[in-house]
Design a binder for this molecule. Sequence first.
Ligand SMILES: Cc1ncc(C[n+]2csc(CCOP(=O)(O)OP(=O)(O)O)c2C)c(N)n1
Ligand SMILES: [Mg+2]
Length: 377
Amino acid sequence: MTVQELPGAAPYRPTPPPAWKPRTDPAPLLPDPEPYRVLGTDAAAGFAPELLRRLYTELVRGRRYNTQATALTKQGRLAVYPSSTGQEACEVAAALALEDRDWLFPSYRDTLAAVARGLDPVQALTLLRGDWHTGYDPREHRVAPLSTPLATQLPHAVGLAHAARLKGDDVVALAMVGDGGTSEGDFHEALNFAAVWQAPVVFLVQNNGFAISVPLAKQTAAPSLAHKAVGYGMPGRLVDGNDAPAVHQVLSEAVARARRGGGPTLVEAVTYRIDAHTNADDATRYRGDGEVEAWRAHDPIRLLEREMTDRGLLDEDGVRQAAEDAETMAARLRERMNADARLDPMDLFAHVYAEQTAQLREQAAQLRAELDAEGDV
Ligand SMILES: Cc1ncc(C[n+]2csc(CCOP(=O)(O)OP(=O)(O)O)c2C)c(N)n1
Ligand SMILES: [Mg+2]
């Protein structure tokens, strides 16, 4: 016999829980159903000719930088190069959406963004050449080291942005990551901290279809990568990553929102990696030519060229001029990269610890003795 069945006892009624409702309305955080586009739409007319010209010049330079750096790997002048051919619109727009006082947190694929932000094109390749630590002073142009460990740059960006806000500095951090990087714990931790703290940070995911040979379908079951934002309580935006003015607009809006205290945004730029993962990868092992060709037809440079030509902002002379400018940059890059770098092997031990450990001192002494014995350095 149960308590309810006792003769005369009142029937059991659970106490209702305190009223529940979602803590924020998820609807405004959801991405649009389609990636945002500008080129070929009425929105294109609203873009200043100077901005389109700047984007075009940088895209052409960026493409040429990619082909030149890839050639340097074949000539033994560069250890490895992850090309961003096909993704130049994301790279350039990321750099141009920021003010000088802001910070960029790039991944290994984002050399172009760093160069478009003003970094010396040779210094930007130092790491990939295997020469010397980061190769540039991150503070000079406010570009963090190009990060090889996936997604570790994201919590760094959040930490810097949050710290700047606590100090009252007007600084926004823009952090770049690939589709594969979104499966990392660091991605989760960074987005969670950013949203809880309302840190002035923008996350740009370049969804280029692959993490080396792993296609997006094997990477995530989410409706889109932009949808992941909702789970953290920040807006997710989807943009056509090959449409330079569209990426520039979406990132600029996200940067402005972060700057006025509106908190972080996750932007997914839908694009495609035209080249292999790096010069060391054979992409024909895991994808067909048809797919690559379909994306070549949606090339970021051709798309912008078409729009500018239609609007009378670009003619054959302009195209030639941009190509010549890019060629000059490539020739200079080649010339400088062909000069042997003068490196001191003892630098291996510098700048890691403020005070070296006993083991490092011992190793440094051994190397010094070997170098002295060879009569080197
Ligand atoms: C923490 C970590 N795990 C694994 C790797 C090896 N790795 C290097 S690149 C890469 C694929 C990353 O793909 P994605 O994030 O989509 O960036 P993409 O190369 O396409 O720009 C992997 C797994 C790494 N660098 N760091
Ligand atoms: Mg990828």
